[in-house]
Design a protein around this ligand. Sequence first.
Ligand code: F6R
Length: 362
Amino acid sequence: DKGGYKHFMAKEIAEQPSVMSAALSAYLTDTGIALPDPGIDFARVERLVMVACGTAYYACFTAKYWFEKLAGLPVEVDIASEFRYREPPVLPGTSALFVSQSGETADTLAALRYCRDKADAIYSVINVPESSIARESDLALPIHAGAEIGVASTKAFTCQLTVLLLLALKAAEARGRLDPEARDEILTALRAMPGTFNTALGRDEVIEAAAQQLAEARDILFLGRGLMYPLALEGALKLKEISYIHAEAYASGELKHGPIALVDSNVPVIVMAPKDSLFEKTVSNMQEVMARGGRVCLVTDAAGAAAAGDEVWKTVVLPDVPEVLTPLLYALPAQLLAYHTAVAKGTDVDQPRNLAKSVTVE
Ligand code: F6R
């Protein structure tokens, strides 16, 4: 049942405020972050290996920034199909964390089995509690996204991010890296995030207008720095999956090492850049794009929009949130851009060609 929406994907995008609330209330109590038994003793974890495919991999990649910065915990992230055949050493002190919406992805499950007797513990972040990956983990953490029908993952991604951020905060606490004040600021903003999501979903019209023109493009670039880099990768994946437009993401700092050769007036560039600690650097990359005739669609906050100047082609302005929370919020316009571009192109949004919801074969 599409609940009055034209597509499951639109419904699932719109459900994000409520499912994120559900994910939060499952793990956030009045006294702090609570994990189901037996919990995770983060003080003893020396290193974390995170493995997944597709969108779930981009959730892991985002979480790497969180675990490293907030908790000082070294994290390796990998794509399951590479990890399993590379047969990497998994040293004592390593915990392994697998992220999967379906919990049945063949490569992710094989990577988990590879780690079985090597890692100190096996954790998973899943949407389907009865799934194989959940059953074979020492601790499976449900994301509470509800059934996701659209092939392109949306609400599962933001719920994965929510649970992973809570884990990173828990790790930061356990490792004595987070003062209570900083923690409270993040948790307060996180509790308010469902409302903030609603504001972001309200930017739909601006995004739809941009999408009408993006639909004409043959190639689209996504740029982001820091926490916005994994998100740029996710935005490009979402767009190519459902609109069939070739989209690629780069870390902004890599632009001049190659991809800038692609930029001309035919290649729109989506820049994800809240006015955070890295904004100035990203803006200078954006100016390099505009100097070559590139049309920039900037996704930012009010301060970023004011600082970016008026040569920007389109600006999507989002509410202010603490820097660590930006991946959650900026996921929404990335999804909406893909959705509206696909609708403008008339593709099958919920069941894009060649793709299956659950990849249970290699
Ligand atoms: C992208 C998408 C896929 C999945 C990937 C992993 O929108 O849906 O990239 O994220 O196939 O699937 P799960 O999370 O079920 O392991």
